[in-house]
Write a protein that binds this ligand. Structure first.
Ligand code: MN
Length: 327
């Protein structure tokens, strides 16, 4: 793929589908979005900055530093976000765009029913960052739809306060942000810190840099991302890195009913914290044993085994007034 360091041509380049040899998108499948909205004076569509990532190769061969977008779901003031930013500044030029408040467990949600406000902030290190009053996916979308006027080579999401293991991935805003990057054609990873007491993000910071370097040098395929879980261990006591599959969470949620001051019931999701099945080869097993779990995730959620079985089911609608269905 030819490089486009400024990303300015991204919106004019061939679509990701065309680049993947999948043919042109079909307008009839556009989902009902109107593309002919009238723009009033002073309004404009920003030039898109959907990713035109540069070719994966050793960092020593990059003609300029990789452009890295850092985000999270815990919010712009989270310490894990700052650790991630500082870890990646040694290998690339980092921009931070993150939710202004804690958006944990919003998954891949995106804001459509109200406008978004972006604020330039001064981060704890004295450098600028940007916050949005929306979700992690909103933050990533703002970046790839042109907020910064540039595209990115990598998106890093985290470092989340707490693990995102197994089925957590389906709730996680941390992973949701990485999914949005992948949909925009940019490689991405999510990184989460197991919390036991006050977290020390030192190991996670080093792992973030290692993971980022690996992705930039080796590349990810279309629709692929990495979900990284770091155990509550130090650099001295962690026991290694393991490439894992998603394990099985065991949720223990209970519905807590309370009464408001007017006597009307309201509800909290509560109960004990979730556990998980620590089968060998899973993210749970690795983290339980003091290892960093690297889990490859893909956006194609198709159930392959079921796909085959469904071919043997009956799919003929009974004709109205026809013979009764005998099955
Ligand atoms: Mn979170």
């Amino acid at each position: 793929m030819t490089g486009d360091p400024e990303g300015k041509q991204g919106h004019q380049a061939r679509s990701p589908a065309a680049r993947a040899g999948l043919g042109a998108p079909v307008d009839a499948l556009s989902g009902g979005h109107r593309t002919d909205l009238h723009l009033a004076e002073g309004e404009r569509y920003l030039p898109s900055a959907r990713a035109t990532p540069r070719e994966a190769r050793p960092l020593s061969e990059w003609e300029s530093r990789p452009r890295i977008l850092v985000t999270n779901d815990d919010g712009i003031e989270s310490r894990g976000l700052l650790v991630l930013k500082q870890a990646l500044e040694s290998i690339g030029d980092v921009h931070v765009m993150a939710p202004d408040t804690n958006q944990s467990a919003v998954g891949h949600g995106m804001t459509f029913m109200r406008p978004l406000r972006v604020r330039e902030r001064t981060l704890i290190d004295g450098l600028p960052g940007w916050s949005v009053d929306g979700s992690p996916t909103d933050a990533v979308s703002l970046a790839f739809l042109g907020y910064f006027g540039m595209s990115f080579d990598l998106v890093a999401s985290g470092i989340n306060y707490g693990s995102n293991l197994g089925d957590d991935v389906t709730y996680s805003g941390t992973v949701g942000a990485a999914m949005e990057a992948v949909l925009s054609g940019c490689p991405a990873f999510a990184i989460s810190q197991q919390v036991e007491g006050e977290p020390d993000f030192a190991l996670a910071g080093h792992m973030a840099k290692l993971v980022a370097t690996n992705i930039l040098e080796n590349g990810l395929g279309a629709g692929e991302l990495l979900n990284v879980n770091v155990p509550a261990r130090s650099l001295a006591t962690y026991t290694g890195v393991e490439v894992t599959r998603m394990g099985k969470r065991v949720y223990q949620d209970q519905l807590l009913e309370r009464l408001d001051p007017r006597g009307t019931p309201y509800y909290w999701f509560g109960g004990p914290p979730p556990t998980g099945l620590a089968e060998p080869g899973t993210d749970f097993h690795a983290v339980l044993n003091g290892k960093v779990a690297i889990t490859p995730i893909q956006l194609d959620l198709t159930a392959r085994r079921l796909l085959k079985r469904l071919a043997d089911w009956h799919w003929d609608l009974p004709l109205p007034g026809g013979p009764a269905d005998e099955r």
